[in-house]
Ligand binder design. Structure first.
Ligand code: CMC
Length: 476
C-alpha cells in the first residue's frame, strides 16, 4: 500500500504523465479515408441527362458498401435527401464497428463481450480514446490521471444547491457538464491536441462524482467524496450509496456480503463497458456536429447528454421499466403486444428495435444473462423480469416483430438490473451518460484531430411559403 501511495504522490507531483499518455498515442493529423473500389463507380443519370460518377467506398470490416456523394453537387448541381440519416454515413471512424445483421459490436476491433468478461471500464476507456490497449505502465499512468481529477471543486459542487428540489437528474447533469468548460479553460483549445486528452481525462474522471451528486442532491444526502484507494467503479458506487447512517465498509446503503458487493461492482462495470460507445448514434452525432464548429469539448459532451435524454435513445431504459410496470403481470403481455401491433395510441414495445441491429443486439444478449445472475446473487425477486421474458418470448415469434426484424436492444433488460442495485429509474439515463462520455470524447477527439475536418452543415428541402411581401403596420 505504501508503495502505491508513493507512486501516486510522485505521479501527482509531476505534470508529465498526461504528456506521457499523449506521447504514447497521438492521432493528430490522421486521415481516415476509406478504401475506394477501383475500376468501378456508381453512375447517376439525372432526367436532364447530366451524369455523375460516384466512387464506391469500403469499410475495413463488414460487407456494406457506400456511395460517395460528396462531389455530387459539384458534378451535377443536385443534393441528396435522407431525413433521419437512414442510409447516410456522416463520417469515417476507426473506433466502433457494428454489423447490425450479424449482431456484432467491436471497440477498436475487440468484441465487446470479450471486453465485458476480461477488461474493465477504465481500460476500455483507454482503448477507445487511444486506439490500443494500454501497457501496464500506460494503464498505471491513466489510472493516476483519472484519480487526480475525480474530485469536483467546491464552487462546482455549489451548482447543485441551486437546482429546484426534484429537478430531473438529466437536467442537472447537462448543466453541470456544460459548466466544466468554465472551470478548465486550460483544456478547451480545440487546436491543441494535448488539451484534448486533458479534457478527456477530466470529463471521464468527473462523471462519477457528477452522477452521484445529481442523485444525492435529490435525496438531500450529504456530499460523498472519491477515495483514492478505490477503483473507478467502486468509487462511483461508494459515492452513490454512502450513507452516514450505515457503517458498511463498501459504502452501499445495505450491508452486502463481499461476494454480493463484488457481483454488483462487476455488473456496474460491465454496464459501463457495454454502453461506452456505439458509433454514430443520435447523441454521438450530436457531439460531432457540435464539435464541428470547434466548440469546446465540455460543451460538446453536454450536447451529447442532452440528446441522450430522449426516450427514443438513452431514456428508453426508464421507459422500459414504466412499460413493464404498466403491463404488471405475465398474463397481460399478450394484450399489450396486441396494442403495440395495432399501434394503439402510438404505443411501442420499449427496449425493442434498433436503427442498426436487425438481429439480437449483442449487448442485450449479454445483459439478459447478467441481470438474472445479479438478481440471483442479490436474492431479489423482481416480477418485471418474468414480464420482460414473456414479452421477449412472444415478440420473437410474432410475425409483426419478425417481419420488421425487431429484437431486444440494450435497454430491454438493463433497467431491471439497475433497479435491483438501488438506482432509481430517473437516474437510468445518467448511468448511460456516465458510460457514454468515454465514447463521446473519443469520437470528438477523432474528429477534431482528423486532417482537414470541416463544419457539419446539412442542407434542407424548403417546403414553406414562397417569398411574399410583409403586410405592413396593421399586423404588428
Ligand atoms: N415497437 C413496435 N414497433 C416498432 C418498434 C417498437 N419498439 N420499433 C420499430 N417499430 C416498427 C415501426 O412502427 C415501423 O413499423 P411500420 O413499418 O409498420 O410503420 C417499423 O418498425 C420501423 O420503425 P422505425 O421507427 O422506422 O425505425 P427506426 O429505425 O426509425 O427506429 C428506434 C429505431 C430504436 C427509435 C425504434 O425501434 C424505437 O422506437 N424503439 C423503442 C425505443 C427504444 O427502445 N429505444 C432504444 C434504442 S437502443 C439504445 C440507444 O441506442 O439509445
Amino acid at each position: 500500500m505504501a508503495a502505491i501511495m508513493n507512486h501516486t504522490r510522485a505521479a501527482l507531483r509531476g505534470a508529465s504523465s498526461a504528456s506521457r499518455l499523449m506521447a504514447a498515442r497521438c492521432f493528430s493529423g490522421t486521415t481516415l479515408n476509406p478504401a475506394i473500389e477501383t475500376g468501378t463507380a456508381a453512375k447517376l443519370i439525372l432526367p436532364d441527362g447530366k451524369e455523375a460518377l460516384l466512387p464506391i467506398l469500403h469499410p475495413t470490416c463488414g460487407t456494406d458498401k457506400f456511395v460517395d456523394v460528396s462531389a455530387l453537387y459539384k458534378q451535377v448541381g443536385h443534393y441528396t435527401y435522407d431525413p433521419g440519416f437512414t442510409c447516410t454515413s456522416s463520417c469515417s471512424s476507426s473506433i466502433t464497428f457494428i454489423d447490425g445483421d450479424e449482431g456484432i459490436l467491436t471497440y477498436r476491433g475487440y468484441p465487446v463481450d470479450q471486453l465485458a468478461k476480461k477488461s474493465n471500464f477504465l481500460e476500455t476507456s483507454y482503448l477507445l480514446l487511444y486506439g490500443e490497449l494500454p501497457t501496464v505502465s500506460e494503464m498505471d499512468d491513466f489510472k493516476l490521471e483519472i484519480r487526480k481529477h475525480m474530485l469536483l471543486k467546491k464552487n462546482l459542487l455549489d451548482f447543485f444547491d441551486h437546482f429546484p428540489t426534484g429537478a430531473h437528474p438529466m437536467a442537472q447533469m447537462t448543466s453541470v457538464v456544460a459548466g466544466l468548460s468554465s472551470f478548465y479553460p486550460v483544456s478547451v483549445n480545440v487546436k491543441d491536441v494535448e488539451q484534448h486528452r486533458d479534457a478527456a481525462v477530466r470529463v471521464i474522471a468527473k462523471m462519477p462524482m457528477i452522477t452521484s451528486m445529481v442523485y444525492r442532491n435529490n435525496l438531500g444526502l450529504p456530499i460523498a467524496y472519491p477515495n483514492a484507494d478505490l477503483d473507478y467503479t467502486e468509487n462511483f458506487l461508494r459515492m452513490m450509496f454512502e450513507n452516514p447512517m450505515y457503517k458498511s465498509t463498501n459504502g452501499m446503503n445495505k450491508i452486502y456480503t463481499e461476494e454480493v458487493y463484488k457481483t454488483i461492482a462487476k455488473a456496474v462495470d460491465v454496464f459501463l463497458i457495454l454502453h461506452a460507445d456505439h458509433e454514430q448514434n443520435a447523441s454521438t452525432s450530436t457531439v460531432r456536429i457540435a464539435g464541428s464548429s470547434q466548440a469546446n469539448p465540455y460543451a460538446c459532451v453536454a450536447a451529447g447528454v442532452a440528446s441522450l435524454w430522449g426516450p427514443a435513445h438513452g431514456g428508453a431504459n426508464e421507459a422500459v421499466i414504466d412499460m413493464l410496470a404498466t403491463i404488471g403481470k405475465k398474463e397481460n403481455v399478450a394484450e399489450f403486444v396486441r396494442k403495440v401491433k395495432n399501434k394503439e395510441g402510438g404505443v411501442r414495445l420499449m427496449g425493442f428495435g434498433h436503427r442498426v441491429y436487425k438481429n439480437y443486439d449483442p449487448r442485450a444478449k449479454y445483459f439478459r444473462e447478467l441481470v438474472q445472475d445479479v438478481l440471483r446473487v442479490m436474492d431479489v425477486k423482481d416480477p418485471s423480469l418474468e414480464v420482460a421474458m414473456e414479452l421477449e418470448r412472444i415478440a420473437l415469434t410474432d410475425e409483426y416483430f419478425v417481419q420488421r426484424k425487431l429484437y431486444p436492444n440494450v435497454d430491454f433488460y438493463t433497467g431491471i438490473m439497475l433497479r435491483a442495485i438501488g438506482i432509481p429509474t430517473n437516474m437510468f439515463t445518467c448511468m448511460f451518460a456516465l458510460a457514454r462520455v468515454t465514447g463521446w470524447i473519443s469520437q470528438w477527439a477523432e474528429m477534431v484531430e482528423e486532417k482537414g475536418f470541416r463544419i457539419s452543415r446539412p442542407r434542407q428541402i424548403f417546403v414553406g411559403s414562397p417569398e411574399r411581401d410583409y403586410p405592413g403596420w396593421k399586423h404588428v
